[in-house]
Design a protein around this ligand. Structure first.
Ligand code: ADP
Length: 335
């Protein structure tokens, strides 16, 4: 449904951002683009809604070259979610979601139903949230509203440019689950840019690995792990011993992508008991990078599993755990 044929982009300063890219994105798939910073992901994404014009080649949607579409029609039919979505601060949540349906002159009953069913889909009550202003919502909730806004007018295609990368780990997991649920129900063609391989593995029907403006490999998560096209792809997806069907507890290539299971470290909490001292929560499986980030900002974290708080972990608990591990390793070394 979206096709790139020999597409190249050279910026006016001479940078070759894309070189002869050929690619087919199928209708109804969640297609993830991933690669190192500067490899051309955003350039490629923005070519689909013509925010960036290519210098060579053809991009087609449903067989038709994109230049043949009226540009406003094209953009209204393509939802777009950015890293930090700017909701209109003076408008309510319901009005924010309804922006494109309003532009397209939907009937108000239809708009009302649409807004409420979208909020329902991500477990937000329309009566409670519809009349609030964006400022009354957390960053994660605002980003969820941004995703709903992109879907509001029922576009065929949704482009997402690192939509969750500015969020804390728990909100990020929630939004990833939202996307999977939305996709299960709506079957949109979603093109999703990320630099997080775990996110790519979790969400992607197929993943496109890019480097230096070129596509190295396109495949399902299993194909990339089992048959990487080259060393770069192998390193990127984390080596041959990963079972992508396991729930992200595998070890990834670099230490900072290693996933911790906090269940072994945390102090369990009785259901419903949430201590006031804890200000934020993290998922029970978390990467070292994310953990260090949140630990920088908070002394004590709540641990969330299956949408419930199951325990808490303090900075001291973590340090104790790590120093215990170190001692163990040293001890093992002397044996
Ligand atoms: P990614 O999204 O993978 O980080 P981009 O598509 O943003 O990569 O950028 C690809 C390459 O094009 C990079 O080398 C970047 O510096 C360059 N680039 C992006 N936008 C411009 C621009 N407006 N002018 C010149 N070079 C640009």
């Amino acid at each position: 449904m979206i096709q790139f044929e020999n597409v190249s982009k050279q910026y006016p300063d001479g940078t070759h951002a894309l070189r002869q890219v050929n690619l087919k994105i199928n209708k109804g798939e969640l297609f993830v683009m991933i690669g190192p910073s500067g490899c051309g992901k955003t350039t490629m994404l923005k070519m689909i809604n013509r925010l960036i014009e290519r210098t060579d080649g053809t991009v087609r949607i449903n067989e038709r070259p994109i230049d043949e579409y009226n540009i406003h029609e094209l953009r209204w039919n393509i939802g777009y979610v950015l890293q930090q979505i700017a909701l209109f601060p003076h408008m309510t949540i319901a009005e924010n979601i309804a922006v494109v349906p309003e532009l397209r002159k939907w009937k108000s009953v239809q708009i009302h139903d649409r807004v409420h069913s979208l909020l329902d889909m991500v477990g937000l009550n329309g009566e409670t949230y519809g009349d609030r202003k964006p400022g009354e919502l957390s960053g994660g909730q605002q980003q969820r509203i941004g995703v709903l806004r992109a879907l509001a007018a029922d576009p065929e295609i949704v482009l997402m440019d690192e939509p969750f990368s500015a969020l804390d780990p728990m909100s990020r997991e929630k939004l990833q689950d939202d996307i999977l649920e939305i996709q299960r129900q709506m079957k949109k063609t979603i093109v999703f840019v990320t630099h997080d391989i775990q996110e790519a593995m979790k969400l992607g029907d197929r993943i496109c690995i890019m480097k230096d403006g070129q596509v190295l490999q396109v495949g399902t998560p299993e194909e990339l792990v089992q048959k990487p096209a080259d060393e770069f792809v192998r390193d990127f997806v984390g080596g041959p011993d990963i079972d992508v069907n396991q729930d992200h507890t595998s070890h990834f290539a670099s230490d900072d992508q290693m996933v911790f299971d906090l269940e072994a470290i945390m102090v369990p909490l009785a259901p419903g008991h949430v201590p006031k001292s804890a200000k934020t929560a993290v998922p029970v499986s978390i990467t070292l990078t994310d953990l260090l980030d949140v630990m920088d900002a908070y002394d004590t974290l709540l641990v969330e599993k299956n949408h419930q708080i199951v325990g808490q972990v303090s900075r001291t608990d973590l340090l104790r755990y790590w120093s215990g591990q170190l001692q163990q390793e040293r001890g093992d070394g002397h044996e």
